[in-house]
Design a protein. Structure first.
Length: 302
């Protein structure tokens, strides 16, 4: 890895008579500074912003050092955005995408990456209640014909279009589901290093979002089919993140379809076990179901 960024940080620091401890912060420790300077760690945009402010230079000073570093920056930022979007950490996602778009105005970044960041910025802006669903949908929809066929971009674009579409009451269920189907098609075409397990996790996430829509429109059989696939993928790839939610949804579907109390209860029981294990927000809903049989809505988790 080209370590021009670490070398430049060390150079600026020593010229100003500062120690690694002097430029560390709550966001980046002294040991992390040492790893950056020695080329063992690629800082993300938040870390780099903190270091730059301590050294009294703009972040663009580091991002524009050379194209090789830009490639490292892109890879690191891409991975962070993927993780934040999967865990639905939308405030942090909005902050990092907004900063990256700002820095991209003075730094040469490839168009696919700019579009990728923009898609997540628009969607997280909606999730943070900074933009309404219809405006966010319109903004994303305007990008459809201008984006490359790069599958990771198309996967997220159509997933977000589907979610936003479902929040606009004037739009139909069938058109909403079409966006999710396209997203599931594109996810299979994602290629590149370290993408195999990520593809499976992303597919589970898309199925989870699709089930939410199917439940909202009372399509319980369709939801049960997607729940089955989601649980199978979760088992095959040892991904427990959505198991509790899927089992809650399965119990809810069976309950709505008038199935036996025993069949319904066992899904809530196992769902609570998984939700408790990973401290899922669905834990309280499942506990309510087990303790009182109270009707609860999944709406608050959309």
């Amino acid at each position: 890895m080209n370590n021009s960024i670490g070398i430049e940080i060390r150079s600026l620091r020593t010229r100003q008579g500062m120690s690694q401890e002097n430029i560390s912060s709550l966001l980046v420790s002294q040991s992390a500074i040492s790893k950056i300077e020695n080329g063992k760690y690629i800082p993300n945009v938040n870390v780099l912003e903190s270091v730059a402010s301590k050294l009294g230079v703009p972040v663009e000073h580091f991002l524009s050092l050379n194209n090789h570093y830009n490639n490292d920056f892109i890879e690191t930022t891409y991975e962070i955005i993927e993780q934040l979007s999967l865990t639905e950490a939308y405030e942090e996602l909005y902050n990092i995408t907004t900063k990256t778009i700002k820095y991209g105005q003075s730094v040469s970044l490839p168009s696919w990456f700019r579009n990728y960041v923009l898609i997540h910025q628009i969607f997280s802006e909606f999730q943070c209640n900074k933009k309404d669903a219809k405006s966010a949908f319109t903004n994303l929809k305007s990008l459809v014909n201008s984006l490359s066929i790069e599958h990771s971009i198309q996967t997220k674009l159509h997933l977000y279009l589907g979610i936003l579409h479902s929040h606009v009451k004037a739009f139909s269920y069938s058109n909403t589901i079409d966006y999710f189907k396209k997203s599931l098609t594109f996810v299979e075409g994602i290629k590149g290093k370290n993408t195999y397990l990520h593809k499976k996790t992303l597919k589970i996430h898309i199925l989870y979002q699709k089930v939410l829509i199917e439940l909202h429109y009372h399509h319980y059989d369709a939801a049960l089919n997607d729940i089955k696939e989601g649980l199978q993928l979760s088992k095959t790839y040892a991904c427990t993140a959505y198991v509790g939610q899927f089992l809650y949804f399965k119990g809810l579907c069976l309950e709505k379809k008038g199935k036996s109390k025993k069949d319904v209860l066992i899904n809530y029981q196992y769902g609570h076990l998984f939700a408790n294990f990973i401290d899922s927000p669905f834990k309280k809903l499942l506990l309510d179901k087990l303790s009182s049989g109270k009707e609860n809505s999944y709406e608050s988790f959309r």
